[in-house]
Write a protein that binds this ligand. Structure first.
Ligand SMILES: Nc1ncnc2c1ncn2[C@@H]1O[C@H](COP(=O)(O)OP(=O)(O)O)[C@@H](O)[C@H]1O
Ligand SMILES: [Mg+2]
Length: 270
């Protein structure tokens, strides 16, 4: 077992006015009834997260959650805005930033013909981690997620749940300080969901920065310190859940949602 989390420093991640548009094909533009071929997927989001906090992005399908998380993980570029990690623009040293970030998603595609053990080893080597460290980390994560009995079986022969656990272990191979998790319980059964949420709380206690996206109110209420409601790529309201424990996030969300769409214009609730 890993005993220390060697992370007593406070890290701060600041997301400042980030924007991303996608150029649509004519067909896509027509189906979305847009007058411009550019779709503003993320339109000016800002927030700040520090070590030991779980920050949530809450919004319906198409709100821009995944796009925002991809930008924050530096998987895709920003059109505008910036991201600061400990006051430094991440684009000045993307390589070292990427070593600190774990992007978790159940959509990670694993190669069917490799085993979990080999995949873990291969992916960790890409981070430049030494062999001994890789084996230590693999033992720790595979026992944590109960993968050991399946570690030498080809991915194609594993159950969906086991594949999901393997993809989590791989995304955490490099022991990232920043954990970004897109829809943490999507596709999981109730037992696995609880395990994943407990694991996120454990990472919080290890002083990680954690950002999750979700459309599940109870998940947000259970694990998040703060949540940002986004609609149509836009910032609507940030709520401190530690300060408003008595309020229902669902009620707050639907009040904002109804106002936004009944006015049918871009309202900012700051
Ligand atoms: N690569 C892409 N090309 C074109 N449109 C995209 C692309 N990725 C996302 N979108 C669009 O951007 C909007 C936001 O998508 P997404 O970030 O996936 O939202 P969410 O994760 O909140 O459901 C949606 O309208 C989606 O169709
Ligand atoms: Mg999404």
């Amino acid at each position: 077992m890993e005993t220390n989390n060697n992370n007593n420093n406070i890290n701060i991640l600041e997301i400042i006015n980030i924007k991303k548009s996608f150029k649509l094909t004519k067909k896509e533009q027509e189906s979305k009834k847009l007058t411009s071929p550019y779709l503003k997927a993320v339109d000016n989001l800002s927030f700040k997260v520090k070590s030991g906090e779980i920050f949530g992005l809450l919004g319906p399908n198409g709100a821009g959650k995944t796009t925002a998380l991809r930008m924050i993980s530096s998987l895709i570029s920003l059109d505008e805005g910036k991201i600061l990690f400990n006051n430094k623009d991440i684009k000045d040293d993307l390589f070292s930033y990427r070593k600190k970030v774990g992007f978790l998603t159940f959509e990670l595609k694993l190669d069917d013909f490799f085993t979990p053990s080999y995949t873990f080893f291969y992916m960790s080597s890409l981070y430049g981690i030494n062999k001994e460290e890789i084996f230590k980390r693999r033992d720790y994560l595979f026992s944590l997620f109960e993968i050991n009995d399946f570690k030498d079986i080809k991915i194609k022969d594993l159950s969906t749940g086991m594949k999901q656990k393997v993809s989590l272990a791989i995304s955490l191979a490099h022991n990232p300080d920043i954990i970004i998790f897109d829809e943490p319980t999507n596709g999981l059964d109730i037992v696995a969901s609880k395990e994943v949420l407990n694991y996120l709380l454990k990472l919080k206690s290890e002083n990680k920065i954690i950002i999750v996206s979700s459309h599940i109110f109870s998940l947000i209420e259970k694990i998040c310190d703060r949540v940002l409601i986004i609609l149509n790529g836009k910032y609507q309201k940030e709520i401190d859940l530690n300060m408003s424990k008595d309020k229902s996030i669902e009620d707050i969300f639907f009040k904002i949602y109804e106002d936004y769409y009944s006015n049918n214009k871009d309202y900012l609730y700051k």
